[in-house]
Design a protein around this ligand. Sequence first.
Ligand SMILES: N[C@@H](CCC(=O)N[C@@H](CS)C(=O)NCC(=O)O)C(=O)O
Length: 213
Amino acid sequence: MYELTLYHYWRSSCSWRVRWALQHKNISYRSVSINLLQNEQQSPEYLKLNPQGFLPLLEIKDSKGNVFRLAESMAIIDWIDRSYPENPLFPPEPTDRARALQMSLMIASGIQPIQNLSVLRKLSSEAHTQQTWARHWIESGFEKLESLVASGSSFMISEQITIADLTLAPQMYNARRFNCAMTQFPKLSHIDECLSKLPGYKASCPEAFAPPT
Ligand SMILES: N[C@@H](CCC(=O)N[C@@H](CS)C(=O)NCC(=O)O)C(=O)O
């Protein structure tokens, strides 16, 4: 139906959300790696494709050859879910759907942007200062998220994987990289552990896309 190309980076949490959505729907796509550490997201060639200078970017070519480029992981996942309705990533019930979006946005708008690479670089060139900053904002956001999640639950909402789970696991990965004190978040940690056993997690996680060393 469509030819898809995903511009992403193996360690980008926003990219992982989209890789997982594509994996969950069994959609094949062409993969283009953009190296964030080498600032390739700011290259003139990439900025022509995505003037935001962020990853991920999904390029969509339809059967007539029309090309459409979409940035912002939440918008991309919404497009994927509507274009490939099997294995839905949004709960059908309006309250659950809104809660899934609420939790996703608490991460995608409230946590990740404050610990993004460009923000950390602007803040300081010292790794220690960057890490303390990122840890503070992730822990403070997770504290609020933890209070919204049901005890013992294997998923963020109901008993099915949703966009909220695709958003949580990559942020948990970032939290561990920044040495956050994860014992404060037993409910989120339990969900993350359940998610980590799923084939979609394993096939979309950073290690599955890590460049050879
Ligand atoms: N709200 C955007 C955020 C995109 C974003 O921040 N991407 C990061 C990687 S996870 C990035 O490209 N950072 C590059 C930079 O900060 O220069 C989304 O959800 O897609």
